[in-house]
Write a protein that binds this ligand. Structure first.
Ligand SMILES: C[S@@+](CC[C@H](N)C(=O)[O-])C[C@H]1O[C@@H](n2cnc3c(N)ncnc32)[C@H](O)[C@@H]1O
Length: 548
């Protein structure tokens, strides 16, 4: 099988492991609306943000959408579309080293994308899908990267989005489209669970109700089919006494008993005069929508002009953000790939169109989808992404508010310092998430989980603001194994390091579990034999905590 290689590849294939797990800090002032609903906007480089969020959301995201830099080489915008952003340059210098000086623009793009896609894959749920906007600058490299990281067998489709409706005359062949490259963790499961595309009002126009049918709007589908089938060649008598036989070369589309049943249910239409050939009535309420296809025309999902106008209507100026996607395009992705209650991740947040579409769709169908957006540029994250979400939530111009809210987060220090010691700022809840995830590969189950950045009054009634809910050294049970953490005096021992050492007394106070137990603590006073008898695996903090 052909493989993709480029200068710098060796340096980045395992780089995601070296990225430290960081603390995620909530900024109450920059958050908005009902902040506890689970929506997050994280300011920071997505490489670090994704690693920090993994213990909380690994394997839980139903739909990832990303709109990474297209690598067009265009400079001078508010958002610089090539990979020469200072943060990325610094990162390439550090990770790829001296070799970075010889990298072409495509090498740099591949170096930037590789570790991010590796991390993104770890967020996808078993029935999840990832959608990537891209154009011809990098589409072939993206496909090769995705085949390598996700596997060829997970490819679903490349959709074509008609981004422009007017002719583009500057090029030899005018460029009016972009791509949406789609992969799914399990394409068969995705096929079974993805939704159909709802009809637009334009498409629904053919459904009418000329006879005030209480079952609503409908259309008549001629009851004939091509060919000759003996049991579909019967005579039909209309209420006005006209007798019909199938037209030349055709038969009825259904057998006689089925026709009579439909007629009894009032689902056969013979025209206003009750004399015409029969049609089967199909109600709009029964139409499930279309199976999605790869052609996404601008009249169905919007175009770049429309997205600029959206930015204008939200911010009062079109220049607030240069490369927004239309909200309708994002809504279409969400309609196909999510259901109410699902989690959506966009790690190249930009103007926040994905968050906007989630809020809007929830308002329309009463759903409770949640979003996580990541945006690297502080100015964009605060002045554009957060501001857009705030306006959508509260309403802008003539547009009523969607309701909802989001938490604004920044990235804090790494959980572990260069010597592998746990940073002072790390609280029980932070380490609990980390330990459970690295031990099991799953986020902490709901019973032990804390809301990422709980609101200030969430822990009022608890003695310590860093305590998870419920506050217990038993983090959770995974495949029959219970995971415990003794840290920060979780057992309320008054001594500074009290309760962090596994002693006879501490063991007596631990919530019971029948089955194997893994206990993390700073030291263990029990003998190897005793541990074996009790079915306990002891792991010493910090040395036996996985940091990769
Ligand atoms: C093409 S724009 C996304 C536009 C977005 N889909 C919209 O509709 O507004 C890409 C965004 O990703 C951000 N970005 C680029 N590299 C990033 C990184 N490493 N981490 C997080 N954000 C990044 C850029 O600052 C830019 O705002």
């Amino acid at each position: 099988m052909p493989t993709l290689d480029w200068i710098g590849k060796r340096a980045v294939v395992n780089h995601h492991k070296a990225v430290p797990y960081r603390l995620v800090k909530c900024d109450q002032e920059l958050s908005a609306g009902a902040a506890g609903e689970g929506n997050l906007l994280v300011e920071g480089d997505n490489l670090h943000a994704l690693k920090a969020l993994l213990p909380y959301y690994g394997g839980k995201v139903k739909c990832i959408y990303i709109d990474p830099p297209y690598n067009t080489g265009n400079e001078g915008w508010i958002y610089n579309d090539n990979v020469n952003a200072p943060e990325i340059k610094r990162w390439l210098g550090q990770v790829v080293g001296k070799e970075a000086e010889d990298l072409s623009r495509h090498d740099k793009w591949l170096c930037m994308m590789y570790p991010r896609l590796v991390l993104l894959r770890q967020f996808l749920s078993k029935d999840g899908s990832i959608w990537i906007s891209i154009d011809d600058n990098e589409v072939q490299n993206l496909r090769a990267l995705m085949d390598e990281i996700f596997g060829k067998q997970r490819f679903v489709a490349t959709c074509i989005w008609q981004k422009r409706y007017s002719r583009e005359n500057r090029e030899a062949i005018g460029d009016v489209h972009e791509y949406l490259v789609v992969y799914a963790e399990n394409p068969e499961l995705f096929k079974q669970s993805r939704n159909r595309v709802p009809l637009t009002e334009e498409q629904a126009k053919i459904y009418k109700n000329p006879n005030d049918d209480p079952r609503g709007r409908w259309r008549g589908i001629p009851m004939t089919a091509q060919g000759y089938r003996p049991n579909q060649m019967y005579e039909i008598h209309t209420p006005a006494g006209v007798v019909h036989k199938p037209p030349e070369g055709r038969c009825w589309s259904t057998i006689e008993p089925e026709f009579l049943k439909l007629k009894a249910e009032g689902r056969i239409y013979f025209g206003k005069d009750q004399k015409s050939q029969p049609s089967v009535i199909r109600y709009l309420s029964e139409v499930e929508g279309f199976v999605p296809w790869t052609w996404w025309p601008h009249d169905e999902v919007g175009h770049t002009d429309e997205s600029r106008k959206e930015v204008q209507s939200i911010f009062g100026t079109q220049t607030a953000f240069d490369t927004p996607k239309p909200t309708r395009l994002m809504k279409r992705v969400l309609e196909i790939a999510t259901n109410p209650g699902d989690l959506v991740l966009d790690s190249f947040g930009g103007s926040g169109t994905t968050g906007h579409a989630v809020l809007q769709l929830n308002k329309e169908d009463g759903g409770s989808r949640r979003f996580i957006l990541v945006e690297m540029e502080q100015k964009i994250a605060r002045d554009i992404t957060a501001e857009r979400l705030k306006r959508v939530i509260a309403g802008y111009g003539e547009t009523p508010g969607s309701g909802g809210g989001f938490r604004y987060c920044t990235l804090g220090e790494p959980l572990f310092d260069e010597r592998g010691q746990i940073a002072e700022a790390v609280k029980f809840a932070d380490l609990a998430h980390h330990v459970f995830f690295t031990e099991t590969g799953e986020p902490l189950p709901p019973v032990g989980r804390v809301v990422l950045c709980p609101p200030p009054n969430a822990n009022k009634r608890r003695a310590r603001s860093d305590a998870p809910y419920p506050r217990s050294p038993l983090l959770g049970v995974h495949n029959g194994r219970a995971i415990y953490l003794l840290f920060n005096g979780i057992l309320d021992d008054k001594k500074p390091s009290g309760g962090n050492v596994l002693t006879n007394d501490v063991l007596k106070h631990l919530p019971p579990h029948t089955g194997p137990r893994v206990i993390y603590g700073t030291a263990c006073r029990l003998s190897a034999n005793r541990l074996k008898r009790e079915g306990i695996t002891f792991r010493q903090i910090p040395y036996e905590i996985k940091t990769e």
